[in-house]
Design a protein around this ligand. Structure first.
Ligand SMILES: N[C@@H](CCC(=O)N[C@@H](CS)C(=O)NCC(=O)O)C(=O)O
Length: 309
């Protein structure tokens, strides 16, 4: 039996900027649970700051604490979602046990991190390998990267994207007719694949992305979380076409004044929340230092955040 939220329940989210932790904020918004965000900035290396290791030995995000659990830290996105739904979901955002939708739900809950992120991570590594190798061995590194991409990365990524497209062609959400936590779980790999592997060229995937990005809870989570790498997927659309966010309505939450849509994705309000960990000026790193480190390849901006695979 799910516990009823009481007034003293407070979930603390240890949230690394530009990360899959964004999904936990989104889930908490969908559930309407009280939560506080402890934000962590990435180091110039793009890894998490050591402060996260003081919270959990692996030092990764997301991590949560529940005020009812006396200091116990819960790690791993899927486990956190499972905990929050079991404790506070009251049957929301998951199909009933024993149904076929539940089978699909369980599959996607595991596949998001267990299968889909692997080729995306490999793509990141093979894309970055040549430029991050000592210049003497770059041609060799580039050859190895190309071979790995051809043999492993591209075929697997293509198969994943096709599976998502086929699934979303048959049903509006990953686990059937209703929006569930499986959609939240899948948002990160799908956004990553849209950003770096062209997944948004698939019509059903694109429609699903547009729909999740219109959800009010998704937008509120962006405001709470601060910068999020994949906000570029909808920010540019909004800049050029506010109407895109107003179509749909209904449960997907279209409507609202244009300025109320999707704001927050690129803002970092230093005053609204404490920032934990060192605070290197990532922007300076991106715009001034990085281009000088890689003079032949002035890749700045979202690309460098691809460390978040
Ligand atoms: N499978 C884990 C992955 C956690 C993970 O790798 N998180 C990334 C954020 S996208 C991270 O903390 N990266 C920083 C680092 O590795 O130092 C989960 O879903 O919770």
């Amino acid at each position: 039996m799910a516990r009823q939220p009481r007034i003293w329940v407070m979930i603390t989210v240890h949230h690394l900027e530009h990360s899959r932790s964004q999904r936990i904020l989104w889930l908490l918004e969908e559930l309407g649970l009280p939560y506080e965000v402890k934000r962590y900035r990435r180091l110039p290396s793009l890894l998490a700051p050591p402060e996260l290791r003081a919270v959990h030995p692996l030092g990764k995000s997301p991590l949560i604490e529940d005020s009812t659990l006396a200091g116990r830290v819960i790690a791993e996105t899927g486990a956190i979602i499972d905990y929050l739904l079991t404790s506070y979901g009251n049957g929301r955002l998951a199909p009933r046990a024993g149904t076929t939708d539940r089978l699909g739900y369980t599959y996607w809950m595991y596949a998001a991190e267990g299968s889909a992120m692997t080729p995306l991570l490999l793509k990141l590594i093979t894309d970055e390998l040549p430029t991050r190798s000592p210049w003497l061995v770059r041609p060799v590194a580039a050859g190895i990267a190309r071979a790995l991409r051809q043999a492993l990365v591209t075929p697997n990524l293509t198969a994943h994207i096709q599976l998502w497209e086929d699934t979303l062609g048959q049903m509006p959400w990953f686990a059937g007719e209703a929006f569930t936590a499986a959609d939240i779980m899948m948002s990160f790999p799908v956004e990553a694949a849209a950003d770096r592997a062209g997944a948004a060229s698939m019509p059903h995937i694109k429609a699903w992305l547009d729909t999740i990005h219109r959800r009010p809870a998704y937008r509120r989570a962006l405001e709470r979380g601060g910068p999020y790498i994949y906000s570029n997927l909808f920010q540019s659309r909004l800049d050029g076409n506010h109407d895109a966010g107003r179509q749909g309505g209904g449960q997907d939450g279209g409507g609202g004044k244009p300025d109320e849509l999707f704001h927050g994705g690129n803002s970092w309000d230093e005053n609204t929340a404490p920032v934990y960990g060192p605070t290197p000026c990532l922007k300076t790193y991106k715009t001034l230092i990085l281009p000088r480190l890689y003079p032949l390849r002035r890749r700045v901006g979202a690309d460098i955040y691809h460390g978040c695979a």
